[in-house]
Ligand binder design. Structure first.
Ligand SMILES: [Fe+2]
Ligand SMILES: [Fe+2]
Length: 202
């Protein structure tokens, strides 16, 4: 708690002034810069939780990212691989949506789509064991990102449950994560975040 930091004075937002919003905007800068730290902390919550799988959830994420990195994927893709299951803790019923929302401001539409739909595509490998339709992903067969997402699951996500396989540590991926999350490509607030041009005076 930062008790001595300036605060806006409104009780209802309709009373908000430009000064209030300057205070809030200034505070936002630091808060936004700390996003990668919060993401890393959250990723660490996956450590030690196997949920019945052969490796814990953090190892699975690290191994998925390791496979993608070793296969020559670019940094943004590797970060998507690293975070694709970060939603397991808060979104056990829609974990892919959690990761996709977190990544959306920072990655291409193709990578966002891939992360958002990876759970349905991954189901090809096990839905039949749960009484579900393993071909649920076929509804997206004609989508331009179908092949990309199918490949992500086949080569990296579905392959990352091996306790004997190389798994690079979180510290290896941290700089990539910080670079990818340094600046949003897409955001409702983007225009307000860009440097404002000098106002011309008459
Ligand atoms: Fe997943
Ligand atoms: Fe996964």
């Amino acid at each position: 708690m930062h008790e001595h930091e300036p605060r806006a004075q409104f009780k209802h937002m309709e009373e908000g002034t430009a000064e209030d919003w300057q205070i809030i905007s200034q505070a936002f800068g630091g808060f936004a810069r700390e996003l990668p730290d919060r993401v890393i902390d959250h990723l660490r919550l996956l450590e030690g939780d196997c949920g019945g799988f052969p490796v814990d959830r953090l190892t699975h994420c690290l191994q998925t990212a390791t496979l993608a990195h070793r296969d020559g994927r670019d940094e943004e893709y590797v970060v998507c691989a690293l975070l694709h299951d970060i939603g397991d803790t808060l979104g056990p019923y829609n974990h892919a949506d959690v990761a996709a929302s977190l990544l959306e401001p920072f990655v291409s539409e193709e990578n966002h789509w891939m992360v958002k739909h990876h759970a349905i595509f991954q189901g090809y490998y096990f839905f039949d064991h749960l009484g579900l339709d393993r071909d649920l992903r076929e509804q997206f067969r004609d989508h331009p990102c179908f092949d990309r997402t199918e490949e992500f699951c086949a080569k990296y996500d579905a392959a990352a449950f091996d306790p004997e396989q190389e798994t690079l540590p979180l510290s290896f991926f941290e700089p990539m994560l910080r670079r990818v999350m340094a600046k949003p490509k897409r955001s409702l607030y983007k225009k307000s975040l860009d440097p404002q041009p000098e106002r011309k005076t008459a």
